[in-house]
Design a protein around this ligand. Structure first.
Ligand code: ZN
Length: 427
């Protein structure tokens, strides 16, 4: 592995922030990073004026410390932070994007209280499918003093996952679909399966067999709270303590797949919910992707979880923080990296079916095109709910998932599990 000796004045007011981004940069470029105290020993120097190899905009960092942390520099005319003299500041731009600073203290929220895609720079500039942080890192890597460190880009990996919201919905939802399609006789089968306690949406075994056929493994995220909170907000329709679910969780673990917690929308803390799981989760994804930053990161940290997989837009597939890889987020208040890894969510079935209302065949073409553009430097995180594996209401989405698996298999993508992600991407 190449090594790089970097000098940043230890008295620089934003040493911590610069050091953090350079750690992610060297992780991305597979370079060993050394800090040197003597400027003459450095391969590269970083500071706040043009005398340094890499110049950063100090005003940007003083802006993020103020109570209204984002507004002064948040990409009004371009997705780039510049120095006072107008030069691109790729390091600070990467810091801003990686940590989703556009979402901090944003008061405009959607009906579920989430930061909405329409409020984002990705929406305004039409670049949600672009790995812009990678672009910033590549530009930093083009510095003449770093040219000798070029390493080939790494092949992308896939993180597959399933949020388990409902297992008893088939009778009502698939039943309604069958009624509309004039096939009421098939409803009796759904009813019969429910009575035998073999609900049609309890597809865990089928999912694992399908993935195993391609040598892939995935993660199942389980809800511990059940019931309806409002017309729009519903937790699980199953009890995590039921023999059916506990047996499924046991089977998932015994087969080498992974179990995580799917934080419910109830007001309970992570700790309370973790205690209800019946297993010890290290990874989480929030139900409905409902969270606010930075509070969510603080809660993950406090709960002692090692991985979170919530950072995706419900309304669009692509990169919510403009980065393709898992990363350790930065705690802006305490000025240090958190101790968990965030795995941004790239593609979700509900985005395509519900928000974008795409036919599965159209989605397949678009997704393959997107994956072709991201064959390198990414861990593509895919969420397919268990109910999208049945044949009726979500017709075509089972085949779409298989199409994606076949694509990954034929193009030699490997699936990655939480343990390996945590090991590889914790700073
Ligand atoms: Zn959910």
């Amino acid at each position: 592995m190449n090594s790089l000796r970097i000098f940043v004045n230890p008295d620089h007011p934003y040493f911590e922030e610069i050091a953090y981004t350079m750690k992610i940069f060297t992780q991305n470029k597979k370079i060993h990073l050394y800090w040197v105290q003597n400027i003459n020993e450095a391969d590269l120097t970083i500071g706040s004026n043009p005398l340094f190899d890499i110049e950063v905009n100090e005003n940007f960092y003083s802006g993020i410390k103020k109570s209204a942390r984002t507004p002064n520099l948040n990409f009004k005319n371009e997705c780039l932070i510049r120095t006072d003299s107008g030069k691109p500041d790729y390091l600070s731009t990467a810091f801003y994007m990686l940590n989703s600073l556009q979402e901090y203290d944003c008061h405009s929220r959607d009906d579920l209280g989430r930061f909405s895609f329409s409020n984002s720079y990705q929406y305004r500039f039409g670049n949600v499918q672009e790995n812009l942080v990678q672009y910033c890192f590549d530009k930093i890597g083009e510095h003449p003093k770093l040219a000798h460190l070029q390493s080939p880009p790494s092949a992308s990996l896939v993180f597959l996952s399933h949020d388990i919201d409902s297992i008893h919905g088939a009778l009502l939802q698939d039943g309604f679909y069958l009624l509309k399609k004039g096939k009421p006789h098939l409803i009796f089968k759904l009813l019969w399966n429910e009575l035998l306690q073999r609900p049609d949406w309890a597809t865990f075994d089928k999912i694992m067999k399908m993935e195993d056929a391609y040598s892939f493994k995935s993660t199942f995220f389980w809800l511990v709270n059940r019931g309806r909170l409002s017309k729009r907000e519903v937790n699980a329709d199953y009890s995590i303590r039921s023999p059916l679910i506990q047996s499924a969780i046991g089977q998932v673990a015994a087969s080498g797949w992974h179990n995580g917690i799917h934080k419910s929308i109830s007001l309970e803390s992570f700790r309370d919910e973790i205690n209800e799981c019946g297993f010890t989760p290290i990874a989480n994804r929030n139900h409905y992707l409902k969270f606010n930053l930075p509070a969510h990161y603080d809660e993950i940290e406090k709960a002692g979880l090692k991985m979170d997989a919530s950072l995706g837009f419900a309304e669009a597939y692509g990169f919510r923080n403009s980065y393709g890889l898992p990363f350790t987020p930065y705690d802006v208040t305490n000025r240090k990296p958190y101790s968990f890894v965030e795995v941004p969510l790239t593609i979700m079935d509900t985005t395509l079916y519900r928000y974008q209302k795409k036919k599965a065949s159209t989605a397949a073409v678009e997704l393959i095109d997107f994956l072709e553009k991201n064959k390198f430097n990414a861990v593509i995180s895919i969420l397919w709910h268990n109910n999208y594996f049945t044949r009726y209401k979500f017709q075509g989405y089972l085949a779409l998932y298989k199409t994606l698996l076949a694509y990954f298999y034929e193009n030699r993508w490997r699936s990655i599990q939480p343990e390996e992600i945590i090991k590889s991407y914790t700073l």
